[in-house]
Design a binder for this molecule. Structure first.
Ligand code: SF4
Length: 338
């Protein structure tokens, strides 16, 4: 089910230049881009991941994490292989760095994804597990089919994309959780191979130019991106450029892939980041990858009462009335009623 890719140009000598992400790979005939699944075949760029997936599962939406997008509902998640970043701590490196196209053994159509979502009681389909922007053609066709059937869509992404395809992609998503991996260009480049500036541009694009609901996740890696001043600068940037309503998840690192020598994130650091976010004026800050009930709880910014109490990936109590606090009737930003 391979398909001709979008966003590329033909160059001399049957080479192509991919214009999907800032890497701008120039690919010789028979070669592949950095992300592996975009390939030059006969002077044309094709997506080898179109309609071919590496795994699919029904999850709680809280696992993405999306905390203000139909809490307590189920999401049908799937991914392919490959990535346009090279994060040294990748927790899905088995698929993101896979170099064997045969891993994509399951063929699906957008309509089949919709059918499975309906059958499994999923309100949303999420493009996740590996970077969905690199298989944007298939994700977007699936998002269109979902929209027709009344199913929501969400992208879990690192946001490394050029503005034009980024706008097309995120305009079709109902929600997105973007990994903001740090707030330091040197760290971004050495640990992910991407530039911070491009990610910040994507965040502003989603916020200003699309209606997709946006949440952010930052994995705090000891000694790498957990400088408290940097976290403060990041929270202030979020406040100034994205507003105070965007939920921010500070997530605990566990040693993986090329970073097995780095210790897990301490609770102390996570809690410091949580407090910094609140002090910067962000209304909805959470910690993740640890079971810390108070920091997984949504508090009404007006009356300060707990309106959504979570226990891990489960919603234990929901005190919202549609999108209003059940105690004081203040509006809670997000999507809460069907
Ligand atoms: S999407 Fe893939 S092929 Fe295209 S520029 Fe980015 S890494 Fe290269």
């Amino acid at each position: 089910m391979r398909q001709k890719a979008k966003w590329w140009e033909a160059l001399e000598g049957a080479k192509v230049r991919c214009r999907l992400c800032p890497r701008g790979c120039v690919i010789a005939e028979g070669g592949r881009g950095f992300c592996f699944i975009r390939k030059n075949e006969g002077g044309k760029l094709i997506s080898e991941a179109y309609g071919r997936i590496s795994g699919m599962a029904a999850d709680p939406i809280e696992k993405k994490p999306l905390f203000h997008f139909y809490p307590g509902s189920r999401v049908l998640s799937f991914g392919t292989i490959g990535c346009n970043l090279n994060c040294q701590c990748c927790q899905n490196w088995h698929i993101s760095r896979a170099k064997d196209i045969r891993i994509l053994r399951e063929e699906v159509t957008p309509e089949a994804v919709v059918e499975t979502a309906i059958k499994t009681g999923c309100k949303t389909v999420a493009f996740t597990y590996n970077e969905p922007l690199i298989f944007a053609e298939f994700a977007m066709d699936t998002a269109r089919a979902c929209r027709e059937a009344g199913i929501k869509t969400a992208a879990v992404t690192a946001g490394y994309v050029n503005p034009e395809p980024g706008k097309e992609f995120f305009s079709l998503m109902d929600a997105s959780n973007v990994d903001l991996k740090g707030f330091n260009e040197k760290f971004y480049l050495s640990h992910t191979g991407a530039h911070l500036k491009n990610i910040l541009e994507t965040l502003e694009l989603i916020h200003r130019e699309t209606s997709a609901w946006l949440e952010l996740t930052t994995l705090l890696i000891p000694g790498k991106n957990d400088d408290l001043m940097e976290i403060k600068n990041m929270c202030e940037w979020i406040r100034e450029h994205l507003g105070t309503d965007v939920p921010v998840h500070f997530s605990a690192f566990h040693p993986d892939y090329n970073m097995t020598e780095v210790p897990p994130t301490s609770l102390k650091t996570l809690n410091q980041a949580y407090e910094i976010g609140l002090s910067a004026g962000l209304k909805f800050v959470y910690t993740g990858n640890v079971w810390e009930k108070p920091r997984e709880t949504t508090f009404c910014p007006s009356c300060k009462k707990p309106v959504i109490v979570r226990n891990g990936f489960e919603v234990e109590r929901n005190e919202l009335q549609n999108n209003r606090c059940g105690f004081c009737q203040a509006v809670i930003p997000g999507y809460f009623s069907s």
